[in-house]
Design a protein around this ligand. Structure first.
Ligand code: WT7
Length: 684
């Protein structure tokens, strides 16, 4: 171990080792490295070289682990792609002409070849601690087949789009797999989105069916998913799009708290069908639809920097193999491990790391419906202890929201089952990284900071837990098949140590194939800026050891007196202060500087903002970035407005900073009281 720190160490002040942490490398613990699939950097490098120099051989070996109903016809190229917009249309095909089925692979084929039918596929844990149940692989297969048959009986066929708007319950996985089984294309819309957003996606995807649930608990509050779906279907009608069926899972009556509610069925409209009724008389057997390796598997909407959301389209064989391999390698998943990903299935993280990746490996996952802090902040520890979780995968924002609580009550839980700790979604500041490593992992679990996107299908820059020495805040090195480059403003490659736009030079199996219904937008967004490369939209640095550090979206930059600053960079500096638990920086207009920084800061429990803390925070930013980045204003907040998936809603913070009171659509906000507290004049 490169650095020794005690659990009680103060990890934020001036005279502590946090700043030096960025340069420190933590070797993989022996108890992991000795048993890992990849046990050293030499092994990693050998595999990596093969994956990028001879992708056909590398991915060909992976493909052998899967079932193909028909192999690729002779003469078809294994990989075929063009990333250079000046040379013709952007395209990528892999194993085109081969026939397979993802659902068959992750269920039937896995049950047969691994003998895992009696193993648990999903442990479902409700928001309340006494709501929980489990489903085996055999049971999952039966449920999936029955629902697939039900969908067929409603007329759903290969290529049709099915929108899924559900809470975190097993039926969301069942629906996705049932669609895959019959060749229908699922599009999961995060359950925190509003009726209008749902309608926009239903229309864009030209969905024929929506699968939803009556509702879900968020703490003591019920989210009326069915009501929102009804509104969305109405909005679709007004815009000339007919959704043909609305299938409703009656989830609430299964919950203990349901007793407290007035019981009333929400299945009343002409399009409504009860999920439970339509599967009741279906056969347990459903012959899979054999689809082309390049047929679509799903669409997942992601926000675009301008205009409407983009429907990111993923296809069958490449996505399946990439999800399976990244899950296995990044978490070093071994039979018997129990995996917990806290991300909502409505995000790519949930698709790849809660559904396709784990199931392709015959894994057991915990699907948790609630929020990390409910009913108290010790919930994550109780879940880890209850299921003996081996790997946990979460986001820096969750880690930071837990960090402000002291250790002691958590230490009463036995969390010794933990092996690997993952994070993704945003740059992780070294303090949060260290807290994760020390307090949750007891310095025994490697941290895997995985960089990826909805578009990439799986992690692209990531440590491997048994091989990669990690540095707090760095996503480290490319995954197999990924060739990252840093480019300067003019598209020249930055060699060695330096900073630039992060791009990928070669196609990899899990990458998106198009923006649904708008290939021109796909080409424009990802391939126009730097011909010959996939453009991520992120900035990154490479240090003298070759480690890659993601610096954040290049579009989240602001310009103060002609200097480009990344808001993420400023936040990281503020978060180094020992009293700060969360921070968000947004640009405000400034008459002289053009833009200036307005920073929202949440302090640790029980602390009050005072002049000296403000001064110290300013000093931190000045010290870390330079006087140019000194915040114009520091706004003490009780909490930050977040979506239910934990992404800070910067759009709202920008409006507050600008003194505006019309916040637009706030339906995706997890907790509206946070907003009310923010717009009250802040006492400082
Ligand atoms: C954007 C993609 C992890 C997939 C789920 C999010 C940022 C993601 C990291 C990381 C720094 C990260 C990037 C990326 N991001 N992971 N480990 N370190 N930044 O998928 O919603 O499509 O967001 O999240 O800015 O472009 P997404």
């Amino acid at each position: 171990m490169a650095l020794k720190l005690n659990k009680e160490d103060n990890i934020g002040g001036q005279d502590n080792p946090v700043s030096r942490l960025r340069e420190m490398a933590f070797k993989p613990p022996k108890r992991i490295a000795n048993y890992a699939y990849v046990q050293s950097m030499d092994d990693y490098e050998a595999m990596y070289e093969l994956s990028v120099n001879d992708p056909e051989k590398f991915w060909g070996q992976i493909a052998e682990e899967f079932y193909f109903e028909r192999d690729q016809p002779e003469g078809e190229p294994f990989f075929h792609y063009n990333f250079d917009i000046t040379q013709g249309p952007i395209c990528f095909n892999m194993l085109k002409g081969a026939k397979t089925n993802v659902c068959y692979n992750v269920l039937d084929w896995n049950i047969q070849r691994r003998g895992i039918g009696k193993n648990i596929a999903i442990h479902w844990e409700g928001s309340e601690t006494d709501d929980h149940w489990s489903i085996t692989y055999d049971e999952l297969l039966v449920e999936v087949c029955r629902f697939a048959n039900a969908l067929k009986s409603l007329g759903v066929k290969k290529g049709d789009r099915v929108v899924v708007y559900m809470p975190m319950i097993a039926e969301i996985t069942i629906t996705m797999l049932a669609c895959a089984r019959i060749g229908a294309v699922h599009s999961v819309v995060f359950g925190g989105y509003s009726a209008e957003s749902l309608a926009g996606r239903l229309i864009d995807a030209k969905a024929v069916v929506v699968v939803t649930a009556d509702g879900a608990f968020r703490g003591d509050k019920v989210i009326p998913l069915k009501e929102i779906t009804d509104k969305a279907i109405q909005l679709c009608l007004e815009q000339g799009h007919n959704v043909e069926h609305s299938i409703v899972v009656e989830h609430l009556p299964r919950l203990k708290k349901y007793e407290l509610m007035g019981k009333k069925s929400c299945i009343q409209g002409p399009l409504d069908k009860s999920y439970h009724d339509i599967i009741a008389n279906q056969s347990d057997i459903c012959v899979p639809e054999w689809v082309d390796a390049e047929d679509p598997l799903f669409i997942l909407y992601t926000s675009g920097s301008t205009g409407k959301p983009k429907g990111v389209l993923h296809t069958t064989a490449g996505y399946m193999m990439y999800a399976a391999l990244t899950f296995k390698m990044v978490f070093d998943y071994k039979p018997g491990d129990v995996f917990w990903c806290t991300a909502d299935i409505g995000w790519i993280t949930g698709h790849t790391m809660m559904v396709y990746g784990p199931l392709a490996n015959g894994a057991t996952v915990v699907l948790y419906e609630g929020t990390p802090l409910y009913p108290s902040y010790t919930r994550p520890w109780t879940v880890i202890e209850k299921y003996k979780i081996s790997q946990i995968f979460t986001a820096p924002t969750v880690i930071r929201s837990l960090m402000k609580f002291r250790n002691s009550p958590m230490l009463r839980h036995d969390i010794s089952s933990l092996k690997v700790l993952g994070t993704a979604g945003e740059p992780i500041n070294p303090e949060a990284w260290l807290w994760y490593f020390q307090t949750l992992g007891g310095t025994k679990c490697p941290i895997v900071d995985t960089y990826w996107q909805t578009e990439t299908g799986g992690p692209c820059i990531t440590p491997l837990p048994g091989a990669t020495p990690t540095k707090p805040g760095s996503a480290t090195f490319p995954f197999f098949g990924i060739v990252p480059e840093l480019l300067d403003e003019d598209g020249h490659v930055v060699e060695g140590e330096g900073e630039g736009y992060l791009v990928f030079k070669q196609a990899w199996p899990g990458m998106m194939r198009t923006v649904y219904g708008d290939h021109a937008r796909f080409e424009e967004t990802y391939f126009r800026r730097f011909p010959g490369y996939y453009y991520t939209g992120d900035g990154a640095k490479r240090d003298s050891d070759g480690y890659i550090w993601i610096t954040g979206r290049v579009d989240d930059m602001l310009n103060v007196s002609g200097h480009l600053l990344s808001t993420a960079q400023v936040e990281a500096a503020i978060l180094e202060h020992k009293c700060v638990s969360e921070a968000a920086a947004v640009p405000i207009e400034h008459p002289v500087k053009g833009e200036a920084l307005y920073c929202f800061v949440v302090l640790n429990e029980g602390l009050e903002m005072n002049k000296s803390i403000i001064g110290e925070i300013n000093d931190k930013v000045r010290d870390k970035i330079g006087p140019i980045a000194t915040p114009e204003k520091i706004h003490l907040a009780q909490g930050l407005p977040k979506t239910r998936s934990g992404k800070i809603m910067r759009r709202i913070l920008r409006k507050i900073a600008a003194g505006e009171t019309d916040f637009g659509d706030i339906s995706t906000l997890a907790d509206e009281s946070v907003l009310a507290a923010l717009i009250k004049p802040a006492k400082q």
